[in-house]
Design a protein around this ligand. Structure first.
Ligand SMILES: [Fe+2]
Ligand SMILES: [Fe+2]
Length: 305
């Protein structure tokens, strides 16, 4: 009986993998967008509107928030969404390299590998879109600190299958939660809403691809690989979340960056937002077995649990 199970399951799973990738490829053929022509880049940004809902700004509800004028708060909302876009570009570069490494050893005539290439193409366009978005918001490029850059370099070079797809899922779910709220909020500036809508549409396929691959791959991994992957995933979540808001954002609205950073770190509203951004990812990881008591402490420290 166990022999039958081990001989039929892999074949079934491969078929399922191909079916899903085939569906994702058909969906990509129907609904993929070029942000350079889909988004109106000539429309001026309305400075009277928030770029993200005020309650999602990292300082919302703090004493520093009370000291800011309404104009400064709106400016901070633009800088913070620009900072998140810079982190998005950073992560998309990591993801593209991980997907190339994933496809390197596999058969390119499969739907699975062709979807991987398709996703890389999507991410290329997204990174150009996010870069333009940052400029259009009147924000600078918020570069990553040296430690973050080094950690990213290590991770994108060494990630195994479960880490590639769980890290992808973590960042994509985080942005997805944020952007779904932005795209439907009619009080917000139009540009972030347009960027969010385009990204949400294409990322839905990426998340499906990552989730399916992760759930398929995880049970085949040994105890050590699983323990290592749980730990590294928790560290990825911690380091990525800590870097979402660059301290330079606070400086742009005249705040002391160190003081504002501390205020944000202690802000229960911001913590609640982070937990809310991560909730879908955490749910998937809990169901799949990627969370554990020791690593949950790291997730909690990151404000994600
Ligand atoms: Fe993307
Ligand atoms: Fe993606």
């Amino acid at each position: 009986m166990s022999t039958a199970a081990t001989t039929t399951t892999p074949r079934l799973r491969t078929t399922e993998r191909e079916d899903i990738a085939g569906r994702l490829l058909r969906s990509s053929a129907k609904a993929s967008y070029d942000p350079l022509t889909t988004i109106d880049w000539d429309r001026p940004v309305d400075l009277d509107r928030y770029a993200i809902p005020p309650h999602r700004v990292s300082l919302y509800g703090t004493e520093l928030w009370d000291q800011l004028t309404e104009d400064q708060r709106k400016e901070l909302s633009r800088q913070e969404v620009a900072s998140v876009a810079c982190v998005g570009i950073w992560f998309e570069a990591i993801l593209m390299q991980m997907l190339i490494r994933h496809a390197y050893d596999l058969d390119p005539t499969t739907n699975h590998v062709q979807y991987s290439y398709t996703e890389i193409g999507d991410e290329c366009r997204h990174s150009v879109m996010f870069a333009r978005f940052v400029t259009k918001l009147g924000a600078p490029y918020y570069p990553l600190d040296r430690v973050g850059r080094a950690l990213g370099r290590f991770f994108k070079t060494t990630s195994n299958g479960p880490l590639t797809f769980s890290a992808a899922l973590f960042v994509e779910e985080l942005l997805d939660q944020m952007q779904r709220e932005i795209m439907v909020d009619e009080d917000l500036e139009q540009l972030p809403r347009d960027v969010a809508r385009l990204h949400v549409t294409e990322e839905a396929r990426h998340m499906r691809y990552a989730r399916e691959e992760l759930i398929r791959d995880w049970p085949r991994r040994g105890v050590l690989t699983r323990a290592y992957s749980r730990l590294v995933l928790a560290l990825v979540a911690l380091h990525a979340t800590e870097r979402l808001i660059h301290p330079g954002c606070y400086e742009r609205v005249g705040l002391d960056p160190r003081q504002a950073r501390r205020a944000a770190a202690r802000n229960p509203h911001w913590r609640e937002s982070k937990t809310w951004f991560a909730r879908q990812a955490v749910e998937t990881f809990t169901a799949a077995g990627l969370m554990s008591r020791p690593t949950n402490r790291i997730w909690r420290r990151a404000g994600l649990l």
